[in-house]
Design a protein. Structure first.
Length: 141
């Protein structure tokens, strides 16, 4: 489970934009403008479940999940935060943190597999990533 062996799953690579590197996880923005949606991926090779992490790293992961949730709540209006680690399609351990609003495209159903993703426009993507990086305290990425 060494960081040097870590490689991001190609599907996550294709569907997201890099936001920040936290001590344990890469923080990615899902390229779906319908939902403010972050994905955290621990930089450890061979993980499929949270329980695959040592206890200390599990604690670190939950702290980083909480931080991502705080950042979303600070940057977008939301009524509920959905947090999940599904992994049915992409097996690499990754955690979704999604800000939800009553009346959003999928409300009250889960966002996973709902409709077709609507990619961010370039200017909107740039401003969203910049805002998220600022909230994470990232100066350069």
């Amino acid at each position: 489970m060494r960081t040097i062996d870590f490689a991001l799953d190609p599907r996550l690579q294709a569907d997201t934009h890099h936001v920040a590197s936290l001590p344990l996880c890469e923080v990615l923005l899902m390229n779906d403008a319908r939902f403010p949606w972050l994905i955290l991926v621990p930089r450890r090779a061979g993980l499929t479940e949270i329980l695959d992490l040592p206890s200390e790293a599990q604690r670190d992961l939950w702290q980083e999940i909480n931080r991502a949730a705080e950042v979303l709540r600070a940057t977008v209006a939301c009524d509920k935060l959905n947090i999940g680690a599904l992994g049915n399609i992409v097996r690499q351990l990754h955690i979704h943190v999604v800000a939800r609003r009553e009346g959003d495209d999928a409300w009250p159903a889960p966002v996973w597999g709902y409709g077709r993703a609507e990619p961010y426009a370039d200017d909107s993507l740039s401003s969203q990533v910049a805002l998220l990086r600022q909230q994470f305290g990232v100066t350069q990425e």
